[in-house]
Design a protein around this ligand. Structure first.
Ligand code: PLP
Length: 479
């Protein structure tokens, strides 16, 4: 066989990678039908399947030369992937931090994948990069950042936080020899992805101070300032304060305005993790509690939580774009055609990624096809649902929820003063998981086992909250 024949033969062997119009439409329609059926029955489905045997069908299909038709693929998917575990698309998902995944986000992903625009560098896709930067502008405006910021759409809150921490490190030009004397201040309620970020960023040798919290688990700013002053007296280098606009565990918002005054006065970097709470800024009802977000130097929000988009999108914004750019840009010879930083900042110069998922489209498409009004309403509905749950749970005999929610997480206990309180509450969680209609998770607050409800799926309405209240009432009797 000569070269030409060999090439022809390989072209033919690989040709199924480009299905013809008929095959394309057949497979696509099967996937669409499956999705429509999935969505149509979603509200009757459980939010949790704890005891299914996961993945059996999947395991029987190793990756190799054999291939399956679309019907079989969908049936493996349904049985092995869709079924077991938490149904994160369900409105009954009230554990961890839900979101739901609005349908139009999936349409954005479909378009992005088919057109496969390269969204890393302005030269490669000016429209895609502009779209991302417009979304960053919109979020920055919502937070209250003015001119001079820059940001990046990431895969989620964890990577967004990592980018924020690395940027703070570069902004203060920290060197290895400085770390022992450099101090980080944070709430014990800080999300654990920030512990990971600090380690990944090579900063674990820094001194770490846990700031005292007030009764509502918010950072005590007087204690923060005392700690900073003590460290200064010791000749240390106070560097970074990390606060949360909505802690994952209890949903409380740190006093950002006051923290901003302290960091400004002492010239520390203020990093704000608003992955959970950031998009509550959309509603007037949360304006007061979220006052001061704009005082941060870097901020993280998570559109796959508070904007209800499908998993895979977070955002970081840094108030001074120079720092974000300095920390994440690098030039390579083979990129010389693409250098045009003056026209528009490129995502590849603002994050560790070069080639990336064109994730702007999964955010832009829902926002542009629906407008922001329904998102505002939905976020506000969650606030009111949490208040409703707080009020109603305290009416059920035996249950106590101490603190009114700042946002949409409520912590509560069954018989908190009973010596068997932990046992009883664990049994209630177990029963809820066995039932499966609603999923909630538990946590420990100050060492004490606590029940926790987090309302943030766009599909969670009064109906789901009422089902949960009914379950809690019934199961309390049973334990
Ligand atoms: C969810 C969350 C994170 C982590 O974000 P991912 O998108 O899960 O990576 C960080 N901080 C807070 C407060 C969160 O709620």
């Amino acid at each position: 066989m000569n070269i030409e024949q060999k090439i022809k033969q390989l072209e033919k062997a690989g040709s199924s990678l480009e299905p013809d119009a008929e095959k394309r439409s057949e497979d696509t329609n099967k996937v669409l039908d499956h999705c429509y059926r999935y969505l149509d029955k979603l509200s009757d489905e459980n939010a949790f399947h704890g005891d299914d045997t996961p993945s059996k069908k999947l395991l029987e299909e190793p990756i190799g030369e054999s291939f399956m038709n679309m019907d079989d693929i969908l049936s493996v998917y349904e049985e092995s992937v869709e079924g077991p575990g938490i149904n994160a698309a369900s409105g009954g998902h009230l554990g961890y931090i839900p979101g739901g995944g609005v349908y139009h986000s999936a349409l954005g992903d479909y378009l992005a994948a088919v057109t496969n625009k390269y969204a890393g560098v302005y030269f490669g896709a000016p429209g895609a990069v502009k779209m991302e930067n417009m979304l960053i502008d919109w979020v920055a405006d919502l937070i209250g950042y003015e001119e001079g910021f820059a940001g990046n759409l990431t895969s989620g809150g964890s990577i967004a936080n990592l980018i924020g921490i690395v940027t703070a490190r570069e902004a203060y030009d920290l060197k290895g020899k400085d770390l022992e004397n450099t101090v980080i201040y944070a709430s014990p309620q800080m999300h654990h992805c920030l512990n990971k970020a600090i380690r990944i960023a090579g900063l674990k040798e820094c001194k770490f101070r846990n700031i005292e919290l007030d009764q509502r688990h918010r950072i005590d700013t007087e204690n923060l300032e005392n700690l900073i002053e003590q460290d200064k007296k010791k000749g240390l280098n106070p560097w970074l304060v990390i606060a949360s606009a909505g802690t994952t565990d209890v949903g409380t918002v740190d006093p950002m305005d006051k923290i901003g005054k302290v960091t400004e006065k002492h010239k520390l970097w203020f990093h704000l993790d608003a992955a959970y709470g950031g998009f509550f800024k959309l509603c007037d009802e949360a304006k007061d509690i979220l006052k001061g977000m704009e005082r941060s130097d870097s901020i993280v929000v998570d559109p796959h939580k508070g904007l209800f988009l499908a998993y895979g999108i977070g955002a970081v914004i840094v108030k001074n774009k120079e720092y974000l750019h300095k920390a994440h840009s690098y030039t390579a010879d083979y990129m010389q055609d693409a250098l045009n930083n003056d026209v528009e900042l490129s995502p590849a110069d603002l994050s560790p990624e070069l080639t990336k998922h064109f994730r702007a489209l999964r955010m832009w498409l829902p926002l542009k096809s629906l407008g922001i009004k329904p998102f505002k309403a939905c976020v506000e509905e969650k606030l009111w649902l949490a208040r409703y749950f707080y009020k109603e749970i305290n009416k059920i005999e035996g249950y106590v929820a101490d603190t009114e929610p700042d946002l949409s997480v409520v912590i509560f206990h069954y018989k908190p003063n009973d010596p068997n309180s932990e046992e009883l509450n664990k049994k209630i969680v177990k029963k809820i998981h066995e039932d499966g209609r609603i999923f909630i998770s538990s946590t420990r607050i100050g060492g004490k086992y606590s029940l926790r409800v987090a309302i943030l799926s766009f599909r969670t309405h009064k109906r789901e909250v009422d089902i949960l209240l009914g379950m809690l009432k019934d199961y309390a009797k049973e334990v």
